[in-house]
Design a protein around this ligand. Structure first.
Ligand code: K1U
Ligand code: ZN
Length: 172
């Protein structure tokens, strides 16, 4: 089932999310709904607070090269174990901040540990778009948006655009 995506500004997008203790059927269903919502958007990642659930759950699939098989990935309680000194600049977007893009500098590689949808512990090093995306999604779990990396004036400009978009949507 597709779920509506919250649009910035929304207080739920600024909250630190709670760890997941036990994997329930409800949480597995939420992960499945989030993947459906992400693919439909379309996007390459989605965090639970973006659908209004303040739990530490993200989904991602950055296998977007032509001919590459899909690689849906579900992470409960993702934790960054280490980051590279080398950084990378990527023009990021966000499904909660539609049609706004800006360059963000992040470590170019990260090692992440998480629990998968079967309850198994996993860890892996990510680079390229996967590294950018997993850091963007973990930021969501800590109430941080990519615009928080921008200069205040640019951030305000984007926030005002989103307020206008929300007013227009409410009137329609
Ligand atoms: O968290 C989100 O809002 C999803 C976001 C993830 C992301 C994008 C770019 C850099 C870091 C993280 C998106 O998926 S925005 C949409 C997008 O980037 C995209 C959509 C279709 C094809 C390819 C990319
Ligand atoms: Zn986002």
């Amino acid at each position: 089932m597709k779920r509506p995506i919250l649009i910035h500004p929304d207080p739920r997008l600024k909250k630190v999310c709670a760890p997941v203790d036990d994997l329930s059927d409800d949480l597995r269903a939420l992960a499945s709904d989030m993947l459906e919502t992400m693919y439909d958007a379309p996007g390459i990642g989605l965090a639970a607070p973006q659908v209004g659930v303040l739990s530490r759950l993200i989904v991602l699939d950055c296998a977007n090269k032509e001919g590459e098989a899909p690689h849906p990935t579900v992470m409960f309680n993702p934790t960054v174990l280490s980051t590279s000194d080398e950084t990378n600049v990527y023009e990021e977007g966000c499904l909660s901040i539609p049609e706004q893009y800006a360059e963000v500098t992040r470590p170019s590689a990260v090692e992440v540990a998480w629990m998968d949808q079967h309850g198994n512990s996993q860890s892996q090093e990510f680079d390229g778009l996967w590294a950018t995306c997993v850091q963007h999604e973990i930021d969501h779990l800590n109430g941080k948006l990519f615009i928080d990396y921008l200069k205040p004036l640019k951030r305000q400009m984007i926030t005002r655009r989103m307020q206008k978009l929300k007013r227009e949507k409410a009137r329609a």
